[in-house]
Design a binder for this molecule. Structure first.
Ligand code: AMP
Ligand code: MG
Length: 347
């Protein structure tokens, strides 16, 4: 695994900026110019995990300790992935999806916790984020440019329903009484992985870090005296940013219709599906959520995207510790009450 120290570490570009291949760092002009730049205190490493690139950046005096912490964080994310992936044959989640209709399947603490949180957030978003979206997820393929028929969608939609998931605390089990209902953690699992990685870094006494799970970020502390600053991609211009979020503790996650999509017959088909229609949600182009943890921010970014500006901002304003920005289909920005405390728009 190669080590890289950055010339300066002032910002991380979030989200789809990396996914759409621009991959660049931005400096926050709010950062302190008097602080000396110390390249040899900044360590950064990237590893493919959970279907994306995870990047960890750490600021620390001791290279060996930084390396050990980053190793442990990546190991933790890898371990979490092996439990919660719906794509791996041997994951706990796959066992639930295969056998959950026969009766309760006992699972470990982590899967139980993330499914539990997923159900809470499905309920809170009134099913706009729904962790049983996976029941119909197979109908769509961005890589194969596959658009399902209306009939296929209508047949499948009744199986998307988070209320079908039965969680039992006593034996920590999950049942899925509807044979065709499946759980997928595509819209929340990366956030959970980011949180677990962050927890491991903290346990290794790393005070200043960023864990970036393909645009789902968790930050802590600062970057050599400067606050962490996260560039938010413009949903229709890869060369531009909408602005920057500056944060010293917490999570910032963006979901956009420009991350994974294809165009056919003049229409953009992207990967965030409205569980009510079975088709890509149409009223938003980009949603950024700031929350204490990345698990919450990840699920809410997807849910608010589906809800759209009016309902999405109303919900963000109701939720403690959550701020959001929704860019609508006319590229107009809508923000929750305190979002401006963190956000500086680009000129
Ligand atoms: P994100 O990038 O976090 O917005 O998550 C998008 C991914 O979550 C998609 O690739 C699907 O696997 C899944 N997904 C799409 N729509 C929904 C939805 N309404 N609720 C839950 N998961 C979804
Ligand atoms: Mg999400």
């Amino acid at each position: 695994m190669s080590w890289r120290t950055t010339g300066y570490l002032c910002a991380l570009t979030a989200v789809a900026v990396a996914l759409i291949g621009v991959g660049r760092f931005n400096c926050s002009s709010t950062s302190s110019p008097s602080e000396p730049t110390s390249t040899d205190r900044v360590f950064e490493r990237t590893q493919p995990l959970m279907g994306t690139n995870f990047e960890i950046q750490v600021v620390h005096d001791d290279a060996a300790k930084a390396a050990e912490a980053i190793d442990a964080a990546f190991e933790e994310i890898e371990r979490v992935e092996s439990l919660i992936s719906e794509w791996r044959d041997d994951s706990e989640l796959t066992a639930v999806n295969r056998r959950g209709a026969e009766g309760p399947v006992e699972v470990g603490e982590e899967l139980f916790e993330v499914v539990h949180r997923g159900i809470e957030l499905s309920a809170r978003t009134d099913g706009a984020f729904d962790l049983t979206f996976a029941s119909c997820g197979h109908l769509w393929s961005m890589s194969k440019r596959q658009v399902p028929s209306k009939r296929e969608i209508d047949d499948c939609l009744p199986h998307i329903d988070y209320r079908q998931v039965e969680l039992r605390e006593d034996d920590r089990s999950i049942a899925l009484p509807d044979d065709d209902t499946e759980i997928g953690l595509g819209a929340i699992g990366k956030g959970y992985g980011v949180d677990r990685g962050a927890e491991v870094l903290s346990k290794h006494h790393i005070d200043d870090f960023v864990v970036d799970g393909g645009g789902d970020l968790r930050v802590e502390g600062s970057s050599i005296g400067r606050p962490w600053s996260v560039g938010i991609a413009h949903p229709r211009d890869a060369q531009r940013l909408l602005g920057e979020v500056t944060l010293s503790e917490g999570a910032v996650v963006t979901s956009g219709d420009y991350e994974r999509y294809f165009e056919a017959d003049g229409q953009r088909y992207h990967h965030i599906i409205d569980p009510e229609t079975g088709f890509p949600a149409t009223t938003s182009t980009s949603v950024t959520v700031i929350a204490d943890d990345a698990t919450t921010a990840d699920a809410l970014a997807t849910g608010l995207f589906v809800l759209g500006a009016a309902d999405g901002i109303e919900l963000a304003d109701e939720l403690d510790g959550v701020e959001a920005m929704i860019v609508d289909d006319e590229l107009k920005r809508h923000q929750s009450a305190q979002f401006d405390r963190y956000f500086r728009p680009a000129h």
